[in-house]
Design a protein around this ligand. Structure first.
Ligand code: BES
Ligand code: MN
Ligand code: ZN
Length: 509
């Protein structure tokens, strides 16, 4: 769907539908909604009086345009309680409108900006949220369908403003909103893709294409180079598969000075558990869902790509260790001891705790770049779901300011995070008799002990870790994130969060 910004008055605008809004409890609509109400012989007021429309959050009604309105229909959408109104609600409202437009078969529709008038929100931010919400909501994954199913998307959404002076700002906001939405949608595409089509080398080729298009560098280490460098984690995890492991190094230079920010993403293209084989049906879901185990990689790729397209004034490096965790005659065994990049040794108690093994190498690689901060993203532990459920991403780290930045960005984007403690005593659970560390920490506090394990590999560099095992996928139902712009399937979390954090990096944490 294309999004345009035009100058005009919604009350005499011609389109298949014009979209206006209403806060909950408002009896006499004002502003643009009031003007459309007047032009339709008070059709909206009558609807409110009849009790058929109350302005509840995400409520929608469509009326045939009556009276002097040139548009064919009026769509009215509820903004909910005024006190609860914020940017993320605009994304949801805009998502709802776009989905409803598709549902009733509109080829195009025109809308006012929700929230910039009576809502009192910033015009740039509201417009951006409108574009973001609509484009995220309309996402569908059809690559493996050989015939056209379902309804067609609207072709054009026009945002109409009466103020000519605002058009430039709004157009740029639509562009940035589209870049942010396409980052979320890129993560969804990659996570949706079946594992037979995304072995490590294929993901490298995909990343390299994205790098060319968006304007950043893409380098890759192969298995031989990793063996020479001593990256024992990635090599051991990759050994069991016919598909050799890779290590992606993506580099965007928007500042050309100072220290980079390094993002690290787990890239397990499929996680069988290895010799510590997973059951067909785990406590948290079926094994086929383990195709999502490269969501961390997808997130850092989408984020650096968006940073480049938004021309952020930062130097960013994204790293992704890529491997397929398979059992075979070449696979690592439970009880093996590995030496990780940088020299630390690890006793492998479970080959299913493979994420931390590949991340250890990547974090050492990151630390050697002397960055101002490292943020890693990983579908790391099922325990994350037991800790915080499927709505909120656990965050851990060694730097309060960095965690604060992530918390803030989480609130702004709706991709919320919550800190788990890293008290020293948890470290007892991952001490090994045989090696420096072991890769599992027992039954309790699994999400935290995984974080404690990673912590051993970053030194004193400011670092934070996001465990997205619970938030990577929207399953539906009462446990899941329920947002109009996050349909069932891969959520795209936390690409928008990271982009938001990077955009505000220059500001105080
Ligand atoms: N990729 C999984 C984590 C996961 C599990 C994500 C379920 C989403 C849903 C990870 O590699 C894993 O298997 N973790 C183990 C660690 C354990 C063996 C210490 C887990 O969480 O069970
Ligand atoms: Mn695993
Ligand atoms: Zn895994």
């Amino acid at each position: 769907m294309k999004i345009e910004v035009k100058v005009g008055d919604i009350a005499d605008w011609r389109d298949e539908a014009v979209v206006v809004n209403l806060f909950k409890g408002v009896k006499r609509p004002g502003g643009a909604t009031g003007a459309v109400d007047k032009a339709t012989g008070r059709a909206i007021s009558k609807l409110i009086e009849s009790g058929d429309f109350q302005g509840k959050f995400k409520e929608v009604a469509v009326l045939p345009a009556a009276g002097g309105l040139p548009a064919k229909r009026v769509m009215i959408v509820g903004l909910g309680e005024r006190e609860k109104f914020k940017l993320d609600r605009i994304r949801e409202v805009s998502g709802k409108v776009a989905l409803h437009a598709r549902e009733i078969g509109l080829k195009s529709f025109s809308t006012i900006v929700h929230g910039a008038g009576i809502g009192g929100l910033d015009i740039r931010e509201s417009t951006e949220a409108m574009a973001e919400g609509a484009l995220l909501a309309l996402y569908r994954y059809t690559r493996y369908k050989t015939s056209d199913e379902g309804k067609k998307d609207p072709e054009v959404m026009t945002i109409v403003t009466t103020e000519k002076a605002r058009v430039g700002v709004m157009q740029r906001a639509v562009e940035s909103g589209a870049v942010i939405a396409s980052a979320g949608n890129m993560v969804r595409d990659l996570v949706n893709m079946p594992s037979n089509d995304k072995p490590p080398q294929k993901l490298v080729e995909f990343a390299s294409k994205v790098a060319k298009e968006s304007g950043f560098k893409c380098k890759v280490l192969d298995e031989k180079q990793m063996v020479e460098m001593g990256m024992g984690g990635v090599v051991a995890v990759g050994k069991g598969s016919e598909e050799p492991p890779r290590f992606l190094v993506l580099e965007y230079k928007g500042a050309r000075r100072g220290k980079p920010i390094v993002l690290v993403g787990k890239g397990i293209t499929f996680d069988t558990g290895g010799i510590s084989l997973k059951p067909q049906e785990g406590p948290l879901g079926p094994i086929w869902e383990m195709r999502h185990d490269m969501a961390g990689m997808a997130t850092v790729l989408a984020t650096i790509s968006a940073a480049a397209r938004l021309k952020l004034p930062l130097d960013i490096i994204a790293l992704a260790p890529l491997a397929e965790n398979m059992p075979s005659g070449h696979a690592q065994r439970p009880g093996d001891v590995l030496q990780m990049y940088g020299g630390k040794t690890v006793e492998v108690l479970s080959t299913d705790a493979e994420g931390r093994l590949i991340l250890a190498d990547a974090l050492v690689f990151a630390e050697k770049l002397k960055p101002q901060a490292i943020v890693d993203v990983a579908t790391l532990t099922g325990t994350a779901v037991y800790a915080l459920g499927k709505r909120v991403t656990p965050v851990m780290g060694n730097d309060r300011k960095l965690i604060r930045r992530l918390e803030k960005a989480g609130m702004e984007t709706g991709e919320r995070v919550w800190e788990l403690p890293m008290f020293e005593e948890y470290g007892e659970q991952i001490k090994s008799d045989l090696a420096d560390l072991k890769n599992t920490g027992g039954k309790s506090a699994g999400c935290i002990t995984a974080g404690m394990f990673l912590r051993q590999f970053v030194g004193d560099t400011p670092w934070a870790h996001l465990d997205i095992a619970g938030t990577v996928w929207v399953h539906g139902g009462p446990e899941s994130i329920d947002k109009t712009y996050m349909p069932k399937g891969p959520s795209g979390v936390p690409a928008r969060l990271l982009i938001s954090m990077l955009r505000s990096w220059g500001r105080k944490a």
